[in-house]
Design a binder for this molecule. Structure first.
Ligand code: C5P
Length: 244
């Protein structure tokens, strides 16, 4: 392995320093957590699958000029990434009502939103990642108005490119979560991962509301067949990448 010292262990990945101060090694784990780690488990092979999917999607986004932290994948569950200082915001983009949006607003699951909804949550496990308002973001001095504007524009562009990509895979991109970071030059880069752990993905070939779920909701809701759903997403993403 290329890593030296362990920098940080999160719920789904471990981040190591490397000999190069500008490069980190992100090792994707099979561990699965939900509901702020109140539910824990393992999804066999998830680390390598998510690493593969995230690498393919980062490359796809880079091809449209979206700056990401991605460098390469030296092993199936390992990603070399540019070192960034993570901005403590979870940026959620929604195209269709699901999850906490339905629980908190009463909107029915599956309702197509008239325009994509961008939401910001504080990245803080102890506080349970609360939903933020713009004024709270500025009060906490997480980012400036200009930086938030830039993040929102990038998030909406990413949504367009990912929706297009997943449609080609016959998968509906319901919603997803992004994280951003600042590099040494203070440039904002897309960081963390994009995978079935961080997106809601519905199979367009299935109409049944449970059968169509191809993401971590299978784990959250005990729907079973988690590994095969993740493998199916990987297979379709990689097949699509080969055609491009
Ligand atoms: O739970 P909620 O409906 O707010 O999640 C919206 C989207 O953000 C889902 O795709 C979910 O997988 C993702 N998410 C995440 N990490 C979190 C919270 C949400 O990846 N901590």
């Amino acid at each position: 392995m290329l890593q030296t010292e362990k920098l940080y262990e999160g719920k789904a990945k471990i981040l190591y320093q490397t000999k190069d101060p500008f490069i980190l090694l992100s090792v994707y784990k099979d561990d699965a957590t939900a509901f702020n780690a109140q539910k824990k488990g393992q999804i066999y092979g998830k680390g390598a699958i998510n690493c593969n999917i995230a690498a393919a999607l980062f490359e796809w986004l880079e091809s449209f000029g979206i700056p990401t932290h991605y460098i390469d994948t030296p092993a199936p569950n390992q990603m070399r990434v540019k070192a960034v200082k993570i901005i403590p915001l979870e940026v959620v983009v929604r195209n269709i009502a699901a999850g906490s949006l339905c629980r908190q607003t009463g909107l029915p699951e599956g309702q197509v939103l008239p325009v994509p909804l961008v939401e910001y949550y504080l990245k803080n496990d102890q506080l349970g990642d609360p939903l933020l308002t713009r004024d709270r973001i500025f009060l906490l001095e997480i980012v400036t108005q200009e930086q938030l504007q830039e993040i929102e524009e990038i998030a909406l562009k990413i949504n367009q490119y990912l929706q297009d990509f997943f449609n080609r895979c016959e998968i509906t991109l319901v919603d997803f979560k992004l994280e951003f970071g600042h590099d040494a030059e203070q440039k904002i880069l897309l960081a963390d991962e994009i995978s079935p752990d961080t997106c809601r993905l519905w199979d367009q070939k299935e109409s049944d509301p449970q059968a169509r779920v191809m993401d971590k909701d299978r784990f959250r809701k005990d729907l079973g067949q988690i590994e095969s759903a993740y493998q199916q997403v990987q297979a379709r993403v990689l097949a699509q990448i080969e055609q491009i």
